[in-house]
Write a protein that binds this ligand. Sequence first.
Ligand code: ADP
Length: 203
Amino acid sequence: MTKVIGLTGGIASGKSTVARLLRTRGAVVVDADQLAREVLAPGTAGLAEVLETFGPEVLGPDGRLDRARLGRMVFGDSEARRRLEAITHPRIAARFWEETDKARVALAPLVVYEAALLVESGARSFVEELVVVQASPDVQRARARERDGLTETEIQARIDAQAKASERLAAADHVIHNDGSLEELEAQVRALWDKLTGGGQRP
Ligand code: ADP
């Protein structure tokens, strides 16, 4: 039986690191960002619909979607955001189910849907259980600064755009605390793997 879980957390909380650790144990990881890019790639019906809705000016000179420009158009305009999501969400969901079906056929023990905005986007209903990676704001800021070279203002804008930690935790079935070392994180992921898969299918 393939179990399907969601994996989320705030910026630089450690989602990708947890996803990587689960992958090395045999999980199939589906990255929401990647699906979001795929469904609006050049030549897709999704991109055609975005151009029809938002105008040809959202197409960059390279024939790809100018994501920054589209982002500015929908930022703070909930109606525009709703129109964009009406184009992207069903397509992302379809791609997600495609990947999940493939994983089931391959008898993968676990599918992990990794998404920064999993709680906000309503994708919670895609998954059986939700894992939230939690780090304190100071640790998040330090890791984001180091990894992305973002300024304090840029980091704060990203934190503000995401669900509050309390909302994520309220939706969580499992919480991974990631203020400590990588070894401590690995131990928690090992325990989580055993809990989710019954421990019997470790490669
Ligand atoms: P997210 O995917 O949530 O944005 P990442 O997994 O990319 O977060 O982690 C953010 C940064 O912090 C990365 O550079 C990662 O290597 C580092 N990191 C994550 N967890 C730990 C940890 N327990 N100890 C040290 N560094 C960590």
